[in-house]
Design a protein around this ligand. Structure first.
Ligand code: PLP
Length: 368
């Protein structure tokens, strides 16, 4: 297996960081020519296909989980516990890859607006026998988590590894520092010109921040446009600064040649106007972007993350004549409809049944 581009640049990191290979690299870069014609705006538009990052479950989570689950194995944990909203892509990805590595996945869920993907993700969690807990509030999650952790210590004699929401920790973010070096290699190979701007959905901000740190270290000049899709208490400039520093410190400590630079304000644009007021609440602009990309390129985005991020790219496209824009596709595109079609939602914890018994939100109709 070829070394990660980050490890090629800083060989000492390979020995210093825990990692288990989960993903297939490099993910392709493609030009969106049909979309360019449809928009007729004179910008070159490319997409980085992280939706294809793994055959098991793609999107942006495998890059982080390679390091996080690598650490779980290194520490000889038997169980991992993580958090998310009811339809979380992160908790599903964690459950799938943990199971594959022989670890028991525990997932602490909180409410979110209903959508068809919520149902699909919940059923898929059942197929890997994830242990699901659902709480109606944040204090509820905290109390439940303590109870579940204590139960595990009694049974296994050791604590589960707790993985942060979105997989965003100093270590998880390294996956996207590597992704920046992977992109540089694709630029050097002529797959695309160096982008003027890179658009990415920002939840816990691990993806955007890892790219920012990686671009700085790799000498890429592209500006990151991070499009906020979750609550400001989770997604903010201070979150970006914090993880930029933490991951930088981690890498610099493991390999002093890794540069510890200042937060590059000019290379980071934080966009908040596409949020729509609530996490996972679809917006008209976001769903228009989903339809446009689907009709022009056959690529499946969604309303919670990537549709909102692509809406930002569309809003900028008219003023981007002659520029190169790269959209970083963070959504899994592996279709698991067949795996879940025989799973009965009644096998889920009872409070989760509401996602199957209540209507989905009105804007969730693309692809019907
Ligand atoms: C988790 C997720 C994100 C957000 O990534 P962060 O690193 O948490 O900012 C973006 N897009 C999709 C599809 C996701 O599942």
């Amino acid at each position: 297996m070829a070394a990660l581009p980050l490890f090629d640049a800083y060989p000492r990191l390979a020995g210093a960081l825990p990692r288990v290979a989960l993903a297939q690299y490099p993910t392709p870069v493609q030009r969106m020519e049909q979309l360019e014609s449809a928009l007729n705006c004179g910008a070159r538009i490319f997409v980085k296909r992280d939706d294809l990052s793994s055959n098991l479950y793609g999107g942006n989570k495998p890059r982080k989980l390679e390091f996080l689950l690598g650490k779980a194995l290194q520490d000889k944990r038997r169980t991992v516990l993580t958090f998310g909203a009811a339809g979380s892509n992160h908790t599903l990805a964690t459950a799938i890859f943990a199971r594959q590595l022989g670890l028991h996945p525990i997932v602490m869920l909180v409410p979110q607006p209903n959508a068809r993907y919520v149902r699909k993700n919940l059923l898929a969690s059942r197929t890997v026998d994830a242990e699901l807990h659902y709480s109606g509030s944040m204090p509820g999650v905290a109390a439940n988590t303590l109870r579940v952790l204590a139960g595990r210590v009694l049974r296994e004699g050791r604590l589960p590894m707790v993985i942060a929401p979105g997989g965003t920790s100093a270590l998880g973010v390294v996956g996207y520092v590597n992704a920046a070096f992977e992109l540089r290699r694709q630029i050097e190979a002529g797959d695309l010109p160096e982008p003027d701007r890179v658009y990415v959905a920002a939840g816990t901000m691990g993806t955007a921040t890892g790219l920012l740190l990686g671009f700085q270290a790799a000498g890429l000049k592209s500006q990151i446009v991070a499009v906020r899709v979750t609550d400001p208490s989770l997604t903010s400039m201070s979150t970006a600064r914090r993880f930029f520093r933490k991951t930088g410190v981690l890498l610099h400590a493991a390999e002093p040649a890794f540069p510890l630079g200042a937060f590059p304000d000019n290379a980071f644009q934080f966009r908040e106007e596409f949020y729509g007021g609530e996490y996972a609440r679809y917006t008209e602009e976001g769903m228009r972007a989903v339809r446009l990309v689907h009709d022009a390129e056959g690529l499946a985005l969604e309303g919670t993350y990537t549709g909102k991020a692509f809406a930002a790219l569309l809003a900028d496209a008219d003023a981007a004549r002659g520029k190169t824009l790269l959209f970083w596709d963070t959504y899994n595109s592996r279709d698991f409809t067949n795996d879940v079609k025989d799973v009965d939602y009644h096998t889920l914890p009872k409070p989760l049944h509401r996602y199957f018994e209540e209507d989905v939100q009105p804007l969730d109709r693309v692809g019907d």
